[in-house]
Write a protein that binds this ligand. Sequence first.
Ligand code: KIV
Ligand code: ZN
Length: 411
Amino acid sequence: ADNDSPYRNQTGYLKKGDIRVMGRKIVVLDTTLRDGEQVPGAKLNLQEKLRIAQQLKTLKVDIIEAGFPISSQGDFEAVRRIAKEVVDGPVITALARAVKADIDAVYESVKEAQKPLIHIVLGVSDSHIQAKLRKSKEAIMQMGVDAVKYAKTLLPEVQYSTEDATRADFEYLWQTIEAAVKAGATIINVPDTVGYAVPEEFGELINKLNYRLKNINDKVLLSVHCHNDTGLATANTLAAVKNGADKVECTLNGIGERAGNAALEEVVVGIRLRADYYGAYTDIATKEIKATSTLVSNLMGLEVQVNKAVTGDNAFAHSSGIHQDGLLKDRGTYEILRPEDVGVESMELILTARSGRHAFKSAIAPFLHGQPSEADFEQLFARFLELADMKKEIYNHDLYHIAEAYYAVRE
Ligand code: KIV
Ligand code: ZN
């Protein structure tokens, strides 16, 4: 465990509750390269993983979960290269089950990182203990404690995940967390592994755990990891933030096992837009969101649904004439999030024959060579109406062609 990292053997590079005017800092872990890469058909090669990891650094995520190194030599090598090459920024972690071989593989793959972290997961619900792990509850808890103690002999920072926490008996969940903290875990992660939670109930669970955790160790970070099986991953994550969670686990575009994970862009924008409500902030460079989303989507071959919040193609496209008129008078009427703040060049007004002169004039302006005379404008508008009758919807590229065709005829 000896390299030149200035952070080596120094705990506290993941600090809890860095409070600023905007509220509590929420630590963001991105697991696009681990939970996200579990999506069938979305496998990445080494260079692609490195590219995404570098972009996650530009996005300023606090922690990159780079893979599951015991699963294959390729995964191990990808985590190792990310740990070595993605420097001066994020903590690098990878996943281990609560067994020595997995923990060794994680340690060997992340040890060259400036800020390495070992992530251990072990089931905590009756269904996981009885059907999957097939040992007594006491034996499982001991297995978790032994795993944390072993990981602590390798690195100072260890995250412990209580898999399927939302279907577990609360007192057993708490005893497990208490034992893991006493064994040295520095982050406790509460996964809603099968997307079973509902926001109010999950918020209450986090509130109770936060209260108890503070009483035994006020430096340990409380984290959440929500799946989207009923479409509630973002809502559950935000309910946890409201109730004191210090850290959130997300993926770009919400990709992940089955229906996916909480979408980073939704959680981050949710916190930012309603900082007044959550009393929290993240360090995410939101202007990098669109570029990161596009990179992940292209490299993994997973299209983003058009109406996806924040990163979908239609997230900033306005098609109703009434909305367009309102927007042109004041963007705030129908736009609570500015596209440029998440790296989208501009909102797009999708014009129809009903959009009207005002909307058309403003939409075509960027494609014109200066101010048209009134007669010129009427000719352009007539051409637009003709095309709109045929095509129904007119996009920016259609406006470009209307303008170019008009100039070509005149020259
Ligand atoms: O969903 C889950 O429980 C996980 C853990 C490894 C955190 O992905
Ligand atoms: Zn998961």
